[in-house]
Design a protein around this ligand. Structure first.
Ligand code: NDP
Length: 295
């Protein structure tokens, strides 16, 4: 409808990056420490290379040091573990990120478990996830994409407490931690996944929808309650002969239909995407501050 708010993730993430820039320079002046993020990229997946390049650029733009190691597709798990161990011991590194997915001959669990929990800026270590799930416990880091979703709600003054929230998707990196976070924020949370019966019926009850599925335009306008808030994490390429690349990106939610019923909705691109990187920078800053007792 005419009152539907478009949640501008690009603008919010810019604001957050400006805040981080100021904090990084304050820290450098006060104690001479520059936060550092180390990224490990294995193999030559184009999308992974793009993500890593964007993360590096984002670090530079706020004054965070970025270190990077690129390993060949046929590297061994031991080599990856060796680099992780080096970064674990390196005092100039405050965050370590292993770009996923790893080549199939490696055990993702072994690799992620090797990252020192104090440097786990992705928040994927089972101890961090476990603490996120437990009442009265605090994770050292919250996974970036779900954290970005909640930050968007907060910064738009959308209250979560007591609301009925539906998360679509239950992956370890987005859906599951998003559901845990919403519950920590006192929402009543339902998780919809590929085996859910009558997903429309459940989604229609939501005051807040976070969708992380990976199916273009799956959620239709008729599935959405009037006035609901929609956070669309999905990034899905669809063929588009009018676009110079031959494709364009759309979300999981049919945007044109959603704007007619929702009270607020994130666009794709320009919604959750830029927030994810901003949260990674924020987690790296948090880590550096914590390691140096800097407030
Ligand atoms: P996964 O493929 O790991 O998980 C997808 C989830 O969606 C699974 O839990 C799956 O269920 C569920 N699902 C699949 N089909 C359906 C369906 N028809 N109905 C209901 N649920 C379904 O994906 P990710 O969580 O890694 O990513 C999800 C999307 O978010 C992708 O488009 C990805 O590109 C995007 N993404 C965006 C980021 C950002 O920064 N904006 C960051 C990370 C991801 P089941 O568990 O039963 O298989």
């Amino acid at each position: 409808g005419t009152n539907t708010k478009v949640i501008d993730g690009k603008a919010v993430s810019k604001q957050i990056r400006d805040e981080i820039t100021a904090e990084v320079s304050r820290m450098k002046e006060a104690i001479g420490v520059i936060p550092g993020l180390a990224v490990i990229l294995v193999g030559d997946r184009k999308d992974s290379a793009t993500y890593v390049r964007n993360k590096k650029k984002a670090c530079e733009s706020v004054g965070i040091n970025s270190l990077e190691v690129r390993l060949a597709e046929d590297s061994t798990e031991e080599e990856v573990l060796k680099h992780i161990s080096g970064y674990n011991d390196d005092p100039s590194v405050h965050g370590i990120l292993v770009q996923l997915p790893l080549p199939s001959h490696m055990n993702e669990q072994n690799v992620l478990n090797a990252v020192r929990i104090e440097k786990d800026v992705d928040g994927f270590h089972p101890l961090n996830i476990g603490r996120l799930a437990m009442r009265g416990r605090e994770p050292l880091f919250v996974p970036c994409t779900p954290k970005g979703c909640i930050e968007l709600l907060h910064r738009h003054g959308i209250s979560i407490k007591g609301k009925r929230a539906v998360v679509i998707g239950r992956s370890n990196i987005v859906g599951m931690p998003a559901a845990l976070l919403l519950q920590r924020e006192d929402a009543t949370v339902t998780v919809v996944h590929s085996r859910t019966n009558n997903p429309e019926e459940i989604i229609k009850q939501a005051d807040i929808i976070i969708s992380a599925v990976g199916q273009p335009n799956m959620v239709r306008g008729s599935w959405i309650k009037t006035g609901a808030v929609i956070i669309d994490v999905g990034i899905n390429p669809v063929e588009d002969p009018n676009s110079p690349r031959g494709y364009r990106l759309v979300g999981d939610v049919c945007y044109e239909e959603a704007v007619e019923v929702a009270s607020a909705v994130t666009p794709v691109p320009g919604g959750v995407g830029p927030m994810t990187i901003a949260m990674l920078l924020q987690n790296t800053l948090i880590s550096a501050k914590r390691m140096h007792n800097f407030e």
